[in-house]
Each structure stands twice: as structure tokens, then as C-alpha cells.
Design a protein around this ligand. Structure first.
Ligand SMILES: [Zn+2]
Length: 212
């Protein structure tokens, strides 16, 4: 029997855990009351990961950012939001490739992200356009941070994959069809993951490269 944590009575930021709610979607949820008065259900893993409000805190931050940086409608700001989504929102469809593998966003605020990445973003966007300016991690097992991120054109990645149909992993180059046969996943799945802009090791071996 796995040891179940009893977290009733514990506080996580604005959230006070009331009692166990039961299993929802395969996970034990805990009923929490937020300082704002709203009740919500949270997983232990979310609380341990740093979820500290019913959602009201994020809304306050978003509103504040909206007024302070004036960039909330830009592609650059949406890039920051999508990093946060991938890393911390377990409902996001890409979460399994990022947050679930322990990948974090080390920029605590949009302001910090802007300080580190805006100049290089503008340079890339001036050459390729904002739409084709996508953030990429150099080392796939390292978090989102200044030293591990650069800007790239998603279209170019996709085009390379389509035009030559080759993928190289650890010095081994094969066609998509050959990889499909070797590892037993469908070509469609390989294409789909490729279109999501995932690195080759995650396209081919998502489980093997999952962080422990
Ligand atoms: Zn709240």
C-alpha cells in the first residue's frame, strides 16, 4: 500500500486544505478553501508544485502585468504564458512533455523573462517575423532559463522534417518509415510530435528521456 499523505489543515499560500474529497480522474483531490473565500479541489502534486491559490492569484498577476507592461496582446507575452502552461498546467496538452518531466520555467515573472529574452526576440522577429519566432530549449532536459533558450523558426524545423523525411538520434539517421518500424510507433504519431516542435529524442522515445 502506498503511504497516503494526510495534508488536512496544511496551508499552501492562500489555500487551506480542509479535507480529502476523493478520487477525481484518477487522482485524490483535496478540498481547499482560498483566502478569497472560494472553495476548490487540488491534487497533492499541484500543491507541492507551488499552486498557492484557487486561481485568484494568477488572475491578479495577469491583471497587474496587463497594466504594467502593456504587452499582453503580443506574441512575446503569449510565448511566456505558453511556457508557464506547458510547465505548470497539468490540463495543457503539452504538459506531459514538460511539467510532467520536471521541466520548470525559471523566470519567476514576465518582467524577468522580458529582461533576458526580449532583445534576442526582437532581433529574430525582425528577420523572420514574430509568428515564426519560437522559443526552443538547447538542452531538452534542462529548464526554461536564459542560458538554455534561444529563438528559432518553427516553420524551418517542420520543413526540414518534411522535405527530407529523416530523423537523427545519437548519430543514427533513419527515415520516418524506418523509425516507425524500428520502435513500433506509427508514422502519424511521429509526424504529429514533429509538428508540435518536439526534439527528436522526445518524438521517438518520450518515456526513455523522461526525467526521474
Ligand atoms: Zn482565491
Amino acid at each position: 500500500m502506498p503511504i497516503k499523505q494526510n495534508i488536512a489543515g496544511k496551508r499552501f499560500g492562500r489555500l487551506l486544505v480542509i479535507k480529502e474529497h476523493g478520487n477525481v480522474g484518477g487522482y485524490i483531490r483535496w478540498e481547499c478553501i482560498c483566502d478569497c473565500g472560494k472553495k476548490c479541489l487540488k491534487k497533492v502534486s499541484s500543491l507541492n508544485r507551488g499552486v498557492t491559490s484557487c486561481g485568484c492569484l494568477q488572475r491578479e498577476i495577469a491583471t497587474k502585468n496587463h497594466y504594467s507592461h502593456g504587452m499582453s496582446t503580443t506574441h512575446f507575452y503569449r510565448t511566456y504564458c505558453s511556457i508557464k502552461e506547458r510547465c505548470y498546467n497539468s490540463n495543457s496538452h503539452s504538459y506531459r512533455w514538460y511539467g510532467a518531466r520536471g521541466i520548470k520555467c525559471l523566470w519567476e515573472s514576465f518582467e524577468k523573462f522580458k529582461n533576458d529574452m526580449h532583445a534576442s526576440y526582437l532581433l529574430h522577429a525582425s528577420k523572420h517575423g514574430a509568428k515564426d519566432t519560437t522559443i526552443e530549449r538547447v538542452d531538452n532536459n534542462v529548464d526554461y532559463c536564459k542560458d538554455n533558450c534561444c529563438w528559432t523558426t518553427k516553420r524551418l524545423q517542420g520543413k526540414n522534417m518534411r522535405s527530407n523525411h529523416y530523423l537523427t538520434l545519437n548519430g543514427e539517421t533513419k527515415t520516418v518509415s524506418d523509425w516507425s518500424r524500428t520502435i513500433g510507433i506509427s508514422k502519424g504519431t511521429i509526424w504529429k510530435r514533429g509538428k508540435e516542435g518536439l526534439p527528436v529524442e522526445l518524438i521517438l522515445y518520450p518515456k526513455k528521456f523522461r526525467r526521474g
